[in-house]
Design a protein around this ligand. Structure first.
Ligand SMILES: Cc1cc2nc3c(=O)[nH]c(=O)nc-3n(C[C@H](O)[C@H](O)[C@H](O)COP(=O)(O)OP(=O)(O)OC[C@H]3O[C@@H](n4cnc5c(N)ncnc54)[C@H](O)[C@@H]3O)c2cc1C
Length: 594
């Protein structure tokens, strides 16, 4: 089985030319972060990913987490790997230094997180959920609660979870029924939660559950939900662990993938009520959770990039080794010499690099939205981030499904056999379009809150920026760049037409607009991916001229951008047509004969 190798060269290239690493390092607050330091961090992380996490990925998938009378045993090697992960300080890397983190730019931590997710997605989820809980507490909890929980969660000594979903409340959290009854300085929580990632395990000494529940006087719907911190073990005044709280993992799910990540069924308050502490304001819990949604959704989008990268690496290794039939490409006796296998591998590579470019671009914009010295720029960047996030989440995870499927196909029959590992990527990737908001929910957010509600202001500004780049490239002296500019212009025409259609017809025909929402999300991702690949090719060509860097790698970047243009960006007009012709999805049940 081939070992994971972090694509450091492409990560650094993308950070530099797409995320704008130099400018981010110059921002106030990041003075101690230099591009050289970033390179060293990435190299160190890649050693951890390859040496510690990758070796327990497949065994973890085969063995899975095991439930026994409320106790969950992690897969072999996970506990030791987690201890090492925390000792070396990786757990709190993106968190604020105020609570013991390293406060690295989001763009940098995004590249590091990609490595954890590529090498072992199941393992990476524990840190991802903990960091989500850390962010929510850091923004909304009282200073006293922050001091009680955050330093140990940032160090990894304790982990965190997000307890949102209930059997009747999935995409629609307004249906939450869990209850919280006030009692002195805390509340008594009761209710049932399902699908809670790393909701119970043996890797850390305590677990801090963030739970959505309703107070007795709560109004119906989303405006009546509050957020509570409910530790597995109560915490004494001196910080030591106290009694076991009244909450239990009653089962873990048997899943299609991410077997080593326990997905817990949680029961709160069977013995009279679990002690929970209100986080932020009463009835504003859902809003509080949404303030950390951008990071969480970026990170799940990144899972699409990461699993696709891993599937590509595995397929490439197999194709370089497997000999079958006489090939048509000179010097390539293995199946990589068959043009169709090359097409699949090139398409996988092009899709991965375009997704990585979009995810890192969004991460860089998050850094600017957060810390740019000019307030007007911060506001504008925040609007752009808000627009980009559903696209990163929805498009990267949907695109990953295509890449992992090609990964199986490159293996032929062996792709269907578990031992090669290709099937694990297909299984693991499948959840990414579902949790943290399904693709349908992301697309509704994109066309509703992010596009129509503001009359398309941010999308149109982005389209203008992309159009300026397309014109420059279409008229470039360099013949290698001109087709990229022309192809981008065609893609942009399709995106602009779909945007106009939604803005004009959407308010009068909401069902037709909703039927076109997911195709619009695909269209936006496809065109933005093409835009960033064209910009990457331009940067690579400039460096080739200056003889700055590995000529073969820079040339490959240009070739990959061309492949993306001909095999991915070319789909843009078909996505536009699906947006504007979505009417068949709005037929009544009777007309459609479902
Ligand atoms: C492995 C795993 C881990 C998870 N981890 C966590 C966790 O840690 N914490 C947590 O709280 N939850 C977690 N979840 C729950 C997850 O977030 C939900 O499964 C997800 O939000 C979808 O909800 P649902 O399953 O109820 O599907 P439903 O909401 O029933 O959706 C079914 C279908 O209907 C569509 N749909 C629903 N509403 C709309 C709409 N308004 N417009 C268009 N289409 C719509 C959906 O897109 C989907 O295709 C996890 C789930 C799994 C499987």
């Amino acid at each position: 089985m081939s070992a994971y190798q972090a694509p450091l060269r492409d990560m650094l290239f993308t950070l530099q030319h797409i995320a704008g690493l130099d400018a981010i390092c110059a921002q106030p607050g990041f003075e101690d972060t230099s591009p050289d330091l970033v390179e060293a961090i990435l190299e160190e992380a890649s050693r951890f990913a390859t040496g510690v996490l990758d070796p327990i990925n497949w065994s973890g998938d085969q063995q899975g987490a095991r439930w026994d009378q409320g106790v969950v045993h992690s897969a072999d090697g996970f506990k030791e790997a987690y201890a090492q992960f925390c000792e070396t300080g990786w757990n709190g890397m993106p968190a604020s230094p105020e609570f013991g983190g390293q406060g690295l730019p989001t763009a940098v931590s995004t590249a590091v997180l990609e490595m954890w997710k590529s090498s072992n997605m199941a393992f990476s989820l524990c840190q991802m959920l903990t960091l989500g809980a850390v962010e929510a507490l850091a923004r909304h909890a009282s200073p006293e609660l922050q001091q009680r929980f955050l330093p140990k969660m940032v160090s990894g000594q304790w982990t965190g979870t997000m307890n949102l979903t209930e059997p009747q409340a999935g995409s629609d959290l307004s249906a939450i029924r869990s209850k919280a009854v006030p009692e002195g300085d805390h509340h008594r929580i009761s209710g049932h939660k399902i699908f809670i990632t790393w909701g119970e395990h043996d890797m850390a000494e305590n677990i801090v559950h963030l739970v959505l529940a309703r107070l007795p006087d709560a109004p119906e719907g989303v405006k009546g939900i509050s957020l509570f911190a409910c530790p597995k073990f109560l915490v004494n005044a001196d910080g030591s662990l106290g009694a076991r709280n009244d909450l239990l993992c009653t089962a873990i799910e048997h899943k299609l993938g991410i077997h080593a990540s326990p997905t817990a069924v949680m029961s709160f308050g069977d013995q009279g009520g679990a002690i929970g502490y209100l986080v932020g304001e009463a009835h504003k819990g859902l809003g509080h959770m949404f303030t950390m949604m951008n990071h969480a959704r970026l990170n799940v989008g990144l899972e699409g990039v990461a699993i696709a990268e891993r599937a590509y690496q595995r397929a490439r290794a197999y194709a370089l080794d497997r000999v079958q039939g006489r090939t048509l490409v000179a010097g390539s006796p293995a199946i990589i010499g068959h043009p169709d296998v090359r097409r699949m591998l090139m398409t996988m590579k092009a899709r991965v690099e375009a997704m990585r470019a979009l995810a890192y671009f969004a991460a860089g914009e998050m850094d600017r939205a957060h810390g740019h010295p000019d307030e007007a720029v911060r506001t504008q960047k925040q609007a752009l981030v808000d627009l980009l996030i559903p696209i990163v989440k929805g498009w990267c995870t949907e695109t990953a499904q295509l890449v992992v499927a090609d990964g199986v196909q490159v293996h032929g029959g062996m792709g269907f056999i578990e031992e090669t590992g290709a099937a694990q990527h297909l299984r693991d990737a499948r959840i990414t379009t579902i949790y943290e908001g399904t693709t349908g929910i992301q697309a509704n957010d994109l066309i509703g809150r992010k596009l129509m509600r503001e009359g398309g202001v941010t999308m149109k500004a982005l389209q203008r920026a992309m159009s300026a780049d397309a014109h420059r490239l279409a008229e470039a002296e360099d013949a290698a760049l001109r087709p990229l500019g022309l192809g981008l212009q065609r893609g942009l025409d399709a995106l602009s037409q779909a945007t106009e259609w939604l803005l004009t017809c959407g308010p009068q025909r909401p069902a037709a607009a909703a039927a076109g929402a997911v195709p619009y999300l695909h269209l936006a991702g496809t065109v933005m991916g093409g835009w960033l690949m064209a910009r990457s090719a331009e940067a690579a060509q400039a460096r080739l001229l200056r003889q700055d860097g590995d000529a073969a790698a820079l040339g490959a970047k240009v070739a990959t951008a061309h492949h993306h243009l001909h095999h991915v960006l070319v789909d843009a007009p078909a996505w536009r047509d699906r947006v504007v012709n979505g009417a068949s999805s709005t037929l009544s049940l009777q007309d459609a004969q479902f």
